[in-house]
Design a protein around this ligand. Structure first.
Ligand SMILES: Nc1ncnc2c1ncn2[C@@H]1O[C@H](COP(=O)(O)OP(=O)(O)OP(=O)(O)O)[C@@H](O)[C@H]1O
Length: 266
């Protein structure tokens, strides 16, 4: 579904992502893991068009998307959520979901100001697209509540609905379980499995190894911006280079050291 070849980006002298060649298969859950500062978020930012790579190519469904701006990447079928919650708490749950959908509609500023027929049609489409996304994340019943009034888990679901409302083929989740308790994490895993069963492909960056090991079909491991392993969870968790990267990070006080220990137990 997605192939990156020799992908890299440099910030000054820092190779945040370096020479990464990897692929994401359709219909699967791919986890991207690695110690703090390994380049995981940067990798997502490259795929979703937020950053332009210094080297390499990105192909999605057979087409080159390497230098497309973000909105065109979304229109091709890649949507993402963010590490920090970026929902609009003072808007309703449905209005949040509609914002995600607007990316795919065509009405411009003039249409919006003059309330043209096209603008009205687009708004109707956004409303039904937003509702469809809320149904997928189990929030249709709370569509008219203020987003900020929902629980932490509910607000995470709103963030996922915003991404889903653009009807992506590939969903990128940046640390979806951050700040969640174990029960919420289990609910989130069930939601992600349901979405994939419905035909979506998912790639996620996550520190919680229980989620990664329980959910991922494939794992891509980054360390110092480079790919050090790629494969199914049972293979990757036994990979000496991966264990070394995690333990090394632990020895230096890195957060992934703990996650690595947890992963080894999983
Ligand atoms: N916009 C930027 N400008 C300069 N350096 C950056 C930028 N974005 C990321 N970096 C650097 O790139 C490296 C990789 O960062 P990145 O956030 O991708 O790592 P990460 O694996 O997502 O880390 P974490 O697990 O802590 O979120 C780090 O050294 C970081 O400081």
């Amino acid at each position: 579904m997605l192939e990156v070849q020799n992908l890299g980006i440099r910030f000054g002298g820092n190779h945040a992502v370096q020479d990464v060649t990897a692929s994401i298969e359709a219909g699967q859950i791919t986890a991207i893991i690695g110690p703090n500062g390994a380049g995981k978020s940067t990798f997502f930012n490259l795929i979703s068009g937020f950053y332009q790579p210094t080297t390499g190519r990105i192909r999605f469904l057979g087409q080159d998307i390497t230098r497309l701006p973000t909105h065109e990447v979304v229109a091709r079928g890649i949507a993402r959520t963010f590490q920090t919650t970026t929902i609009y708490k003072e808007l309703s749950v449905l209005e949040n979901a509609m914002i995600g959908h607007r990316v795919r509609t065509r009405a411009g500023l003039w249409d919006a100001l003059l309330r043209t027929g096209r603008e009205r049609r687009d708004e109707e489409e956004s409303r039904s697209g937003g509702m469809a996304a809320l149904e997928r994340v189990g929030l249709a019943g709370q569509a008219h509540q203020l987003a900020g009034a929902l629980t932490q888990e509910g607000q995470k679901r709103v963030g996922i609905a915003m991404a889903l409302s653009s009807d992506p083929k590939l969903l990128l989740l940046d640390e979806p379980a951050a700040g969640m308790n174990p029960e919420e994490t289990v609910n989130l895993m069930a939601l992600i499995r349901d979405l994939v069963a419905g035909g979506l492909s998912v790639a996620l960056v996550e520190h919680k190894m229980s989620l990664v090991m329980g959910l991922a079909d494939e794992i891509l491991v980054l360390h110092h911006g480079q790919k050090i392993a790629e494969g199914p969870p049972n293979q990757v968790s036994r990979d000496p280079a991966v264990i070394e990267a995690y333990l090394g990070s632990h020895a230096h006080g890195g957060q992934m050291g703990q996650a690595g220990t947890e992963g080894a137990h999983a």
